[in-house]
Design a protein around this ligand. Structure first.
Ligand SMILES: [Zn+2]
Length: 431
């Protein structure tokens, strides 16, 4: 099986072996994670030995004898304690060495908690050691019962992604948020012994390219092939190239059915009032076959959108899809021909008429003879769009289900990482 993957690597597209001067990866002493954003109140419990300290350094609560529970409220551009003490930012510590556990809205967190004013609301920020942070990330991003080597690959990927994205939310004075925008993080409450073990066994291990921590993007399921970053975003990264992939996931194939009116409404709601959609034509596809960009033609105009935009508008699992329709005979007369589309409509008329007739005479089942992508039959309307797709996620970087499949076949975490992130180095970093 290893030869199989080496062969797949050999057919890698878009390989770039660019090299340049090396820079050192630095492991910061603390990571700042935005766990609750723009909230008005927060309930938390200071553990025994913990403190509540104002921005001026004044100790307002000192839980010497026992844990204390209290509620802080955002008020008039500051944060307020129950007895009216105000500060732009309160710090909650969890003991002399921050080894205790702080409860925030019923969830446990390691390290410190900052309650920072943000106008009329506040942001709650967890400040903690990188390795402790990763313990709260892994179980939210991967199945804890998967093979250990795939969990270790995920640990190194998450560690590298974190280091490459420090200060991502610099405007709000923290590094990463706790949602899918950055990495999902559930604090100590989310931890699991197997994912903790994966973090511990790879402690300080980072994937690098040209000496820099890589932006180790990952996704749930590739549908059989990952994608070059440049085909998903306007971002060409030498180590984020499309590779063939095993996908044993339940998401490897999926489909979705939308009525013509649902399709029209989805685009109208997102700022594209095209009227009844008559054609959806991929204008660019990636190395995997994912739709990089797509032309939409409707009764009232046309627009070209990225595959990711279409995915968002239609709430699809991936951009790795084909789209077809069933057609029905006109009930309100022929569709208006969009301005500028008269020639195309005329040219398509002859080729589409046979499939349109077949569709009109058919049952509700799709006919295999129908064109795979929208060929508009004048006089007929699409009544139901059928979208058949593969995989779940953007498809760039490591496929989590694919990593699991590699680990099941005996591959180590570094082999997995080097397969999905081409040309990288695995390094051990000490502070
Ligand atoms: Zn974020």
């Amino acid at each position: 099986m290893r030869r199989f993957f080496l062969l797949l690597t050999a057919v890698l597209l878009c390989l770039n072996l660019n090299s340049s001067a090396k820079a050192a990866v630095k492991i910061p002493s603390e990571i700042r994670v935005g766990i609750l954003l723009k909230v008005s109140t927060v309930d938390f419990q200071i553990p025994k030995g913990g403190k509540l300290v104002s921005a001026a350094g004044k100790i307002l609560w000192d839980a010497v004898g026992a844990a204390k529970t209290l509620r802080l409220t955002a008020k008039n551009g500051t944060v307020s304690t129950p007895n009216g003490n105000l500060s732009d930012c309160f710090t909650v510590t969890s003991g002399a060495d921050n080894s205790g556990i702080i409860w925030v809205n019923g969830r446990q967190y390691r390290g410190k908690i900052l309650l920072r004013s943000a106008g009329k609301v506040m942001n709650v920020i967890n400040v903690l050691d990188l390795e402790q942070y990763l313990r709260g990330v892994l179980p939210k991003e991967v199945h804890p019962d998967w093979p250990l080597e795939s969990l270790k690959a995920q640990a190194v990927a998450a560690r590298s992604y974190t280091l490459a994205n420090l200060n991502k939310h610099a405007g709000a004075k923290f590094d990463l948020c706790a949602g899918t925008h950055c990495q999902v993080y559930g604090g100590k409450s989310a931890e699991h012994s197997r994912t903790n073990k994966a973090v511990e066994e790879t402690a300080g291990t980072v994937a690098t390219y040209n000496g820099m921590a890589i932006a180790a993007l990952y996704h749930a399921s590739s549908g059989g092939h990952t994608e070059c970053s440049s085909n998903v975003w306007d971002w060409d990264v030498p180590y984020l190239r499309g590779v063939a992939d095993l996908d044993p996931s339940p998401h490897s194939y999926w489909y979705k059915v939308m009525s013509a009116s649902e399709m029209e409404e989805a685009f109208r709601r997102n700022g594209y009032p095209l009227g009844r959609i008559t054609q959806i034509i991929p204008s660019k596809t990636g190395t995997s076959g994912r739709i990089a960009s797509c032309m939409l033609i409707g009764e009232h105009g046309q627009v070209e959108l990225t595959g990711e935009k279409v995915r968002t508008v239609l709430s699809l699992r991936s951009t790795f899809f084909t789209i077809e329709w069933e057609q029905t005979p006109p009930s309100r007369g022929p569709l208006a021909i969009p301005t500028g589309m008269e020639d195309l409509a005329s040219a398509l008329s002859a080729s589409a008429s046979s499939s349109a007739s077949a569709a009109a005479a058919s049952t509700s089942q799709l006919s295999p003879a129908q064109p795979p992508i929208g060929i508009w039959a004048p006089g007929y309307q699409p009544s139901q769009w059928v979208i058949r797709g593969r995989g779940w996620g953007h498809g760039v970087g490591m496929s989590q289900w694919g990593a699991m499949a590699m680990a099941e076949r005996g591959h180590t975490f570094d082999e997995i990482l080097k397969y999905y992130y081409q040309g990288i180095t695995i390094e051990s970093k000490n502070r």
